[in-house]
Design a protein around this ligand. Structure first.
Ligand SMILES: NC(=O)c1ccc[n+]([C@@H]2O[C@H](COP(=O)([O-])OP(=O)(O)OC[C@H]3O[C@@H](n4cnc5c(N)ncnc54)[C@H](O)[C@@H]3O)[C@@H](O)[C@H]2O)c1
Length: 278
């Protein structure tokens, strides 16, 4: 019960890793604020965690973390209800956004694959950057980077106001170090390392810790759209021989968020089965 009496906000808690993190923290005694753009899913997470969601043990809230005003209102509500905040997990993130050229990339990659399968020298190239409109680039940055900043700023304001030596955990990605991810996604996730280190130094005098988790492939609903051949090739590159389950990452987050990690701040914790080292 490492989080008994503590309040944790988890963004993107409606499914996948965020859901597993919320459930894990609840199992260890935390009051959970489950945040997602999908309210029904966030509520379902509280149900699955065995929480009533009626303030005493948690609440589910709909909030687009890319909207600064909505985030501010969310944390004001948290502060008003609980008068404390101990843990923020910045988990919500997206891999693609409108007008980022992904549709054209997939078509070209298919054509390139067919050319290579026929034994031809490929004449079609990925060239994602050429088709990435400003809107596509910004769309991913707005959620993964701006959203993390907005939530972190409001959480830190609450922690400072109540003198809480809290813990902030960001969810980055191995794509930030392997480059195996689209440029906007990899850039947004790599930026979290810089933000983590800077804030770790800035907030250390307050006793607030900041860490960053870099998962490799995780078996979340995102994977439902990925072909078995692609999944097999990803697993072939993982020395531990399997994709992570959301609960594997939740255990890492719970460690970093807890007092067990009292001397850990500013770290990038790579949780990818050994596929890439940092
Ligand atoms: N699944 C993987 O293989 C993998 C690997 C490395 C890193 N990650 C990162 O881990 C995090 C969780 O991934 P996942 O696979 O569980 O994703 P997911 O898509 O299954 O779940 C993400 C959740 O975030 C919510 N969300 C999206 N945009 C939001 C917004 N603007 N405001 C509030 N909520 C929003 C979604 O509704 C969804 O419930 C993401 O940051 C992702 O980039 C995932």
């Amino acid at each position: 019960m490492r989080f008994a009496g503590k309040v944790a906000v988890v963004t993107g808690a409606g499914q996948g890793m965020g859901r597993a993190i919320a459930i894990r923290l609840a199992q260890e005694g935390a009051t959970i604020v489950a945040v997602d753009v999908n309210e029904a899913n966030a509520k379902e997470t509280l149900d699955l965690a065995g929480l009533s969601g009626n303030t005493s043990d948690g609440i589910a809230r709909v909030c687009n973390i890319a909207d600064s005003a909505l985030v501010k209102a969310l944390f004001e509500e948290v502060e008003g209800r609980y008068r404390r905040l101990d843990v923020l997990v910045n988990n919500a993130g997206i891999g693609s956004a409108k007008n980022d050229g992904f549709d054209k990339l997939l078509a070209r990659m298919n054509e390139r694959g067919e050319q290579m399968a026929r034994g031809e020298k490929p004449t079609v190239y990925p060239d994602l950057i050429c088709d990435m409109a400003d809107e596509g680039w910004r769309g991913v940055m707005q959620v993964n980077l701006d959203g993390t900043f907005f939530c972190t700023r409001e959480a830190v304001r609450v922690m400072i106001k109540h003198g809480i030596k809290g813990s902030l955990v960001n969810i980055s990605s191995t794509a930030a170090i392997s480059g195996e991810g689209a440029l906007h996604y990899a850039a947004s996730k790599a930026a979290l390392s810089g933000m983590t280190r800077s804030l770790a130094r800035e907030l250390a005098p307050r006793g607030i810790r900041v860490n960053n988790v870099m998962p490799g492939p995780v078996n979340t609903p995102i994977m439902a759209n990925v072909s078995q051949a692609w999944i097999d090739s990803m697993i072939a590159g993982i020395p531990l021989g399997r994709m992570a389950e959301p609960s594997d990452i939740a255990a890492v987050v719970a460690f970093l968020a807890s007092d067990d990690a009292a001397m850990v701040t500013g770290s990038d914790l790579v949780a990818n089965g050994g596929s890439y080292f940092k």
